[in-house]
Ligand binder design. Structure first.
Ligand code: HDE
Length: 691
């Protein structure tokens, strides 16, 4: 196989894999063992002996199993995949992985939340990390991004402050994985550059439906540099092929209790099912000479480059197609660093990016215990590593020869420095001059225009969710003065928004400001404009004894065709029988699952089964809960009666017994027809609308 066909990273990892299949038990030194369940004691009821080397080795290893969790992004989940460009980008960059549409580059992606500790829930309101390690032919390139395109601060020196403010408060370590507390909002009102990011965080983007259904952003302006040394400014985007979708807040909170692993489970299952998540790589490009032609500073990480002004070009696709073998070895030991860069890509003077270049290497030294973490299998580049760096804790490489310095004569000056023509990394020769100052450029001073642009771009329902998010987050702040300051701050974003916040959190409504606010919108900022598809959605079929099996069969076959997953939910696990005694395997009972874990619900006909469902509180509340979260609900035949009994009378458009049509009331589908063909089609349509 040539380089283009094989996955060099997977081959490299193979050498480190270890399976216990058909193997004998041994100590870490390879001594075979007959027993690992009894300590060596002096007499059967006597004390344990110091001599028990196996006990001591086993226990010592266990005592040292934990490493420090990441100071931010502690909770994450990694997957392997591949990236391919659509065509050569040689006019913009010499980066090897962006040259040839036939070359697949292996990647490892770690998705994460930011604030919570390693054991916190997946569905909290937070920024999501989206870090990609490309194992390229010129070394590792790490694109360490988030699911929001801007950041809280403009200068990295403030990062410890914002993180201290948002993390649990230090006296009692409350609240876990949440921004809804005094120190965070106190920080916000004293750092008004955060306004734009707060809008993203409190929008639906803060509670994604899945890691597979969120965008990724490199946030900073980077540079692409071509073989001739010409540079362009660039922003990187990841666009999910399944569209950008979110949970609702109530749902997210319930899921956090019912299945705190909701997002990692979803990703793990999708990959195991062969439903590989796909993301297109997008770039926005600005010519060097146009740097100052915008009404924002392109180096300011609290600003987007609106897609209407600078379109996103899709230049390649990443497919996530392989689950990790071992969470600790891969996800936990993965060490990302934006300084892992390859020829053809370079940095800019974005002050946030500049500071990150220090922090990531520094943090790994503590977390992974020394400077040799690049030798951990998941972090190794697929290209050879040769330099005179030596020794340190846990060194794996056995460097040969006497020479560990450069330049040298004894070893003919090996390893040899390489030129740019041989793809040696050379920094872009940007001209820099200025006085040494601690001062931010005045071009970074506009903190509100793009927050307003974001607000204007939201659909009505997205705005309603945003108001509620403010009511929750700021409502949990105890100090009334902070709440009042929040209202005043967001009055610079939108007077309407500020009034809504004031109403919800019980402080004085603000006066309208005499400020001109932008009326502009950007479609790309609203999730209402995203891709809609039923693929990989999850449906519950609620059953009791005596259901109509034809309905279930017809429904299930349509769902399978459309790539939708179904689970049979019944009061008890085991099997449940249809009216003609056909058994069907149950996947979940009311204790093992919960309505918010599904995107939709189907209940088939069958008089006995409906009577049975109506007898139990759990069945009825299952339906009500699905309704509360505006999920797609489909009922056929007698199940229509169940719906009219369980749901409020505000649902008007429900199929009468006299009709064989399919009725649709905002995604609630009902029919008395025997033939479910049309019903199934409409169910799929409604499901793909997300809610
Ligand atoms: Fe990070 N960030 N960050 N960050 N970040 C870390 O590095 C830091 C920022 C991001 O899955 C840490 O290995 C500073 C922006 C992701 O392992 C640490 C600043 C963006 C991850 C660190 C920022 C990110 C991290 C903690 C302000 C989006 C998880 C553990 C200048 C573009 C990577 C670690 C993974 C992790 C520092 C701001 C994304 C401490 C100083 C902006 C996805 O080094």
């Amino acid at each position: 196989m040539n380089r283009k066909q094989r996955d060099a990273k997977q081959e490299q990892l193979k050498a480190f894999k270890n399976s216990n299949e058909s193997q004998s038990l041994s100590t870490d030194q390879g001594t075979k063992l007959p027993n690992t369940s009894e300590s060596l004691t002096a007499g059967e009821r006597g004390p344990t002996l110091m001599e028990d080397f196996h006990f001591r080795e086993k226990m010592t290893h266990f005592d040292h199993e934990r490493i420090p969790e990441r100071v931010v992004h502690a909770r994450g989940f990694g997957v392997h995949g591949v990236f391919k460009p659509y065509e050569s980008l040689s006019s913009l960059t010499s980066a090897s992985f962006l040259q040839d549409p036939n070359v697949e580059t292996p990647v490892f992606v770690r998705f994460s939340t930011v604030v919570g500790s390693r054991g916190s829930a997946d569905t909290v309101r937070d920024v999501r990390g989206f870090a990609t390690k490309f194992f390229t032919e010129d070394g590792n390139f790490d694109l360490v991004g988030n699911n929001m395109p801007v950041f809280f601060i403009q200068d990295a020196i403030k990062f410890p402050d914002v993180v201290h403010a948002i993390k649990p408060e230090p006296d009692n370590e409350i609240p876990q994985a949440s921004a809804a507390h005094d120190t965070f909002w106190d920080w916000v009102v004293h750092n008004q550059e955060s306004a734009h990011m707060i809008m993203w965080l409190l929008s639906d983007r803060g509670i994604p439906r899945s890691f597979r259904m969120m965008e990724g952003f490199g946030v900073h302006s980077f540079r692409l540099v071509n073989q001739q040394g010409q540079a362009h400014f660039v922003k990187f985007h990841w666009k999910p092929l399944l569209g950008v979708h979110s949970l609702t807040w109530d749902e997210a909170q319930k899921i956090a209790g019912k299945n705190p692993d909701f997002h990692r489970q979803d990703l793990w299952d999708a990959i195991n099912n062969g439903e590989y998540p796909e993301f297109e790589l997008g770039i926005q490009v600005i010519e060097e000479g146009q740097e100052h032609q915008f009404d924002f500073d392109i180096l300011d990480p609290t600003k987007i480059w609106p897609e209407e002004q600078v379109p996103v070009q899709k230049v390649g696709k990443m497919t996530l197609n392989r689950n990790q073998d071992n969470f600790f070895a891969e996800t936990e030991q993965a060490a990302f660093h934006i300084g892992n860069i390859v020829p053809g890509i370079d940095f800019t003077n974005d002050p946030l990016l500049q500071g990150r270049l220090f922090s990531y290497l520094d943090t790994q030294l503590l977390r992974l215990g020394g400077p040799n973490f690049h030798e951990i299998p998941i972090n190794r580049p697929i290209t050879p590593v040769h330099n005179n760096q030596r020794d340190g804790f846990h060194r794996m490489t056995i460097n040969q020869g006497k020479v560990a310095y450069s330049p040298n004569g004894i070893a003919h000056n090996n390893p040899q420095p390489v030129s740019k023509e041989q793809q040696g990394f050379e920094h872009y020769e940007e001209k820099v001059e200025g006085k040494k100052v601690r001062k931010r450029s005045a071009s970074f001073n506009d903190h509100f225009s793009q927050a307003t642009l974001f607000y204007n771009s939201l659909s009505e329902h997205e705005k309603r969710h945003l108001f509620k998010a403010f009511h929750f987050e700021v409502g949990n702040v105890k100090d009334p003065a902070i709440k009042q300051h929040v209202v005043e701050m967001f009055n610079h974003v939108s007077h309407e928004l500020a009034k809504k916040i004031a109403d919800g959190v019980g402080v004085k409504a603000p006066q309208p400001l005499n400020e001109e606010m932008t009326q502009q919108k950007s479609n790309a900022l609203s999730q209402a404009q995203t891709v809609f598809t039923p693929k990989t959605r999850k449906i519950a079929i609620l059953l009791a004894e005596g259901f109509k099996s034809e309905d279930v069969k017809s429904f299930m076959s349509m769902m399978e065709q459309q790539g939708v997953h179904v689970e049979i939910v019944n009061r008890n696990l085991g099997q449940v029988k249809s009216m003609n005694q056909e058994p069907i395997q149950v996947n979940q009972n009311y204790s093992t699952t919960y309505p918010v874990l599904y995107d939709g619900l189907f209940i088939p006909g069958g008089a006995q089964h409906i009577q049975e469902l109506l007898k139990h509180h759990e069945g009825k509340s299952f339906v009500k809960e699905m309704f509360t979260h505006a999920k797609t609900i489909g009922v056929s035949q007698e199940a229509v009666d169940l719906l009219t009994q369980v749901l409020p009378s505000s649902i008007q458009n429900i199929s009468p017994k006299s009709s064989s049509e399919v009725f649709n009331d905002h995604g609630i589908l009902s029919t008395w027809s025997d033939d479910l063909t049309r019903f199934n089609e409409l169910f799929i349509q409604a499901l793909s609308q997300h809610r």
